[in-house]
Design a protein around this ligand. Sequence first.
Ligand SMILES: [Zn+2]
Length: 395
Amino acid sequence: MKKATQLQIKEHNRTLVLRTIYNSEPVSRSAIAKRTLLTKTTVSEVVADLIEEGFTNEIGHGPSSGGPRPVLLGFRPEARTLLGVDLANDEFRGSLMDLRGKILASEAIPINNPDGDTALEKVYALIDKLKTHESSPLLGIGIGSPGLINASEGIVRNAVNLDWTDLPLVQLLEQRYQIPVYIANDTQVAAMAEYSFGDHVNIENLAVIKIGIGLSGGFIINGKLFHGDGHGAGEIGHIVVAENGPRCRCGNAGCLETVVSSQALLNHFTAYADRHPEYLEILHVKQAGDIRIRHLYQACLNDDPVIADFMKNASHYLSISISHLVGILNIETVVLAGMLSKFFAPYLEDIAEEVRQRSLSALSSKTRIVLSTLGEDIVTRGAGSLVLKNELELV
Ligand SMILES: [Zn+2]
């Protein structure tokens, strides 16, 4: 029993010292002792272990404060590699990253409405491919998956697009690769990416709304990813906001994602172009069925008034949902991510203003609505950060 306790203390001290170096490098041993309240002897012992494991090294000397100049320690992001996978797109994507989330190599495998077994084979193929780029020991694999995920048991409860029901993905991957594997829903993983590697590092409360084919939210609350009781936290895309709105894939009508998503945009403009064939010329397409998001984005950049009308309506409904989030959680920073988020660039201040009108001013006066700067890698990098968090407790 005593031995176990000593081991736990040793682990705890190691985490404290490693985290201090990660967050405050370059830093001296005595500065670490001051910040962690550990004795200098303990810090020196832990640092010796960390140097041996490759996580830190001596990188020079700091200024003297009377005595000899202190030796400074740096963090070595290349000490281990993180592997992150994004299964929430029309292709599977994955990246190898260093411990600061810098991408070292990326791979993608196209998928076309796969059955469950094929989808799983493609996950293996993607990871096998990525592993050929490994330059330092792999710390673990992180997965951002669409659908309902039981993160603690590592099970994909239901991912319709991948034809998976109750798939023990973590167990399968751990057996195959013999390293730790972590999984969460792709939007929850995107929130981890913002918290770990985005413009909002270590902001204790953060809402990330990912707007792509569908719409969902991921929440960091008190510095931790919030999963909810049934692991479905953040399914705000299926809250009804538009009375008598369009039919939703969930069976309901007027859900937020029926008015704010790339699918909503495509549905709207395919129908619009059918009624107004002259609009096809503006989009530079031959027929309504050829319209893609990129055509609409170009029109958006050209200040096309029809797109502007759609976006104003979408911004209105998004504001309603964000005002609820602000009212319930008092979160000040709301990050828009995903394929459609760039369409909202001209409307961010309008959304913030409507949120202020719709909620208690004491809560919403500080609300910031911003766009993610992590781009297409947001889920793969977030998946990497799941590993970093669980294995080294660095984020
Ligand atoms: Zn719905």
